[in-house]
Write a protein that binds this ligand. Sequence first.
Ligand code: F6R
Length: 253
Amino acid sequence: MNFVIAADYNALSSAAADRIESLARAKPNAALGLPTGETPVGVYREFARRVRESRLPLPLGEGRGEGLDLSHLTIFVLDEYLDVGRGDPRCLADWLDRDLIRPCEIAPGRVHVFDGLSAEPTLTCAEYEAAIVEVGGIDLQLLGLGPNGHVGFNEPGSRPDSRSRVVRLAAESIASNARYWGGPDRVPRYGLTMGLATLRQAREILLLVSGANKAKILREVVEGPMTNDVPASLLRDHPNVTVMADREAAADL
Ligand code: F6R
């Protein structure tokens, strides 16, 4: 497990944007797995700023800058609520669309999303796994950390060999997601998520952790036992996983 401890949220966002940018330059056809939530908002904002800047005309009429070409990237959205479709204010795919896909002018056809309205969610999950295999696997998987140690919607009790599937949200996740949607009653009870085995197959994982309220759980993830009760702890023996935390989140390590 590698560690990058950033001074604050802006520095964390900038360090993660650096990693995405260097991958996008080194491997233009890379596949990224991306979460929503509050933690990566700054990363996406900073990355989108760089993309826009890279495409500005050069001074002195020298044409355009060496713009970041994202037309060959593939993106997999980490998770989605069940029974929630595009256009619903709670749709996680729309959230990523607003924060990253549209600001970076990434073609919607390059973005894989779970269809929360699928009549056959189990089949949808199997197709998601197949789509990841088809592009040759995920190069870089970004993750946020839930207050109960969840990653994606892999709630406590999730097995390390779990694949994309329908899951029931834990009470703690419903409570913490309530802040996004104006109350716990607005939070769907089920979600579709990439599984822990799916995440562990990514060539590189960045676990982004910000804020004092994540300090205790981050300590459990890093220093406690590797256990299904703290799903993020099951990523610890991945050969290329980096915890990127700000100082507040890393305070108890
Ligand atoms: C989001 C997701 C969740 C969040 C986690 C942390 O797609 O899968 O696991 O990453 O709940 O959320 P924030 O960043 O809002 O604290």
